[in-house]
Design a protein around this ligand. Structure first.
Ligand code: ARG
Length: 462
């Protein structure tokens, strides 16, 4: 493309090197912002008209032209040109071709620097809203599942060793808490990104009598940004999003790891329907949990985008630098990966089928009620440290006898402490153990149901 055809060609005497043209172009990926670019341009044109910087006829012609372009792009009839570098100049140049010289007035009092910063904020705000909607759907699915499995006993682990019996519903509610905080981080990020950069122009603002409040109101921003240099330069809202997305993916990766473990033959705690699994090309018996494995795998790329955007920003002096063009691909991929992961989980979570017999069998092994026995002794007046020691010796005896605690006779138990009575067997059962943890935040089935109800109320008020 010759310099005369470029919007900034005036001061140049030779054509851009062919490689440099492609190297510096962003249209191959930022074309995705066209809807927001046009939305921002229409608001800008409306303000230019309202303030008398351009005439109302000019404003109307620009807005009509931009709407035509939007339709052309929607319909795939728009011809993107790498020589025009980015989404902004492609659209502006088409506007001039469509409506003539009036189109050249759109960029009055504006720069691509404040334009692109506005576009990304509009884009990310809409995406965050979509992600929050999906998060809520997933949260509802988790609550339904937790309610369904409020009484289902499974082993709780520390160090991946059987620790104490818990209910599966309680375990699922732990996932729900992670998700609830993740949603809060997304909402915080939305709040901070929702300010209008337009008006900052290249970096120092503009000499025209612009009305930034009008543009902010038309675009649904909470107000105009405070400082023109900061507005065109900082991408911390992208970093913040990538951080929130990374934490969310880290949680999903943990859930996935648990699902993969629980699906494995030695655990066999849950089953996933065939539609979420794939087979092996060599081993006919295999049914692999590919979806959770992929979620675990995709987490790494989102962490990568956080590192990439942090690194992108760290060496930049104020104000805008071309480095910032590199913000888009990581951001888009972080959004897409998180969005697809949420879609996958929204399908997967309600389809989880617990295998209560296997969970129960596993919870019964490993002396999972040893702490309950110690607590029992404490209630009969023994100090906890002494109770711990007594039960430790009881467990050691049970191991040599190859029995679990509840399989020992009352006489055998009384060898270790005379205060043990027949009612000890109530606390040594799995049901007794989980039912006893009936405080706020505990694993007892009643508490699980109460926590589900509290979470549902929370959803219904926000
Ligand atoms: N494509 C550029 C970006 O993504 C738009 C802003 C370019 N501004 C400039 N002065 N080169 O950041």
């Amino acid at each position: 493309m010759s310099q005369e055809e470029k919007p900034w060609g005036g001061r140049f005497t030779e054509a851009t090197d062919a490689f440099v043209e492609t190297f510096t172009a962003s249209v191959s990926f930022d074309a995705r912002l066209y809807h927001y670019d046009i939305q921002g341009s229409i608001a800008h044109a409306n303000m230019l008209g309202a303030t008398g910087i351009i005439s109302d006829e000019e404003r109307a012609s620009i807005v009509a032209g931009l709407e035509t372009i939007h339709k052309e792009i929607d319909e795939g009839a728009f011809e993107w040109q790498v020589g025009l570098e980015d989404v902004h100049m492609n659209i502006e140049s088409r506007l001039v071709a469509l409506i003539g010289d009036t189109g050249k007035k759109l960029h009055t009092g504006r720069s691509r620097n404040d334009q692109v910063a506005t576009d990304i904020r509009l884009y990310l705000r809409a995406e965050v809203d979509g992600l929050l909607g999906k998060t809520r759907t997933l949260g509802d699915a988790l609550l339904d599942l937790a309610d369904r499995y409020a009484d289902t006993i499974m082993p709780g682990f520390t160090h991946l060793q059987t620790a104490q019996p818990i209910t599966f519903g309680h375990h699922l509610l732990a996932w729900h808490e992670m998700l609830r905080r993740d949603a809060g981080r997304l909402a915080d990020c939305r709040e901070r990104l929702n300010v209008l950069p337009l008006g900052a122009a290249a970096l120092a603002g503009t000499t025209f009598p612009i009305d930034r409040d009008q543009v902010a109101a038309e675009l649904g921003f909470s107000g105009p940004s405070e400082n023109s240099l900061d507005s065109v330069s900082d991408r911390d809202f992208i970093i913040e999003f990538c951080a929130a997305a990374s934490i969310m993916m880290m949680h999903f990766s943990r859930w996935s790891e648990e699902l993969v473990l629980w699906m494995s033959e030695p655990f066999s705690f849950v089953d996933l329907p065939d539609r979420f699994c794939t087979g092996s090309s060599i081993m006919p018996q295999k049914k692999n949990p590919d979806v959770p494995e992929l979620i675990r795998g995709k987490t790494g790329r989102v962490f990568g985008h956080l590192t990439a955007t942090l690194t992108l920003m760290k060496g930049q002096p104020l104000a805008y630098n071309k480095d910032n063009q590199e913000d888009k691909e990581p951001l888009f991929d972080a959004v897409d990966t998180l969005s697809d992961t949420l879609t996958a989980l929204i399908g997967l979570i309600p389809a989880i089928e617990a295998r209560p017999d296997n969970m129960r069998r596993a919870a019964g092994g490993g002396f999972a009620t040893a702490t309950d026995l110690a607590d029992y002794l404490v209630r009969s007046g023994v100090a906890f440290r002494d109770a711990h020691d007594i039960v430790g010796r009881t467990v050691s005896y049970a191991i040599t006898e190859q029995k679990d605690l509840h399989e020992l006779s009352l006489d055998e138990l009384r060898q270790f402490h005379q205060g043990i009575q027949a009612d000890v067997f109530d606390v040594l059962t799995l049901e007794g153990s989980v039912a006893a943890r009936r405080h706020f935040g505990g694993t007892a089935p009643d508490q699980v149901r109460a926590a589900v109800a509290r979470a549902r109320v929370l959803y219904s008020v926000d």
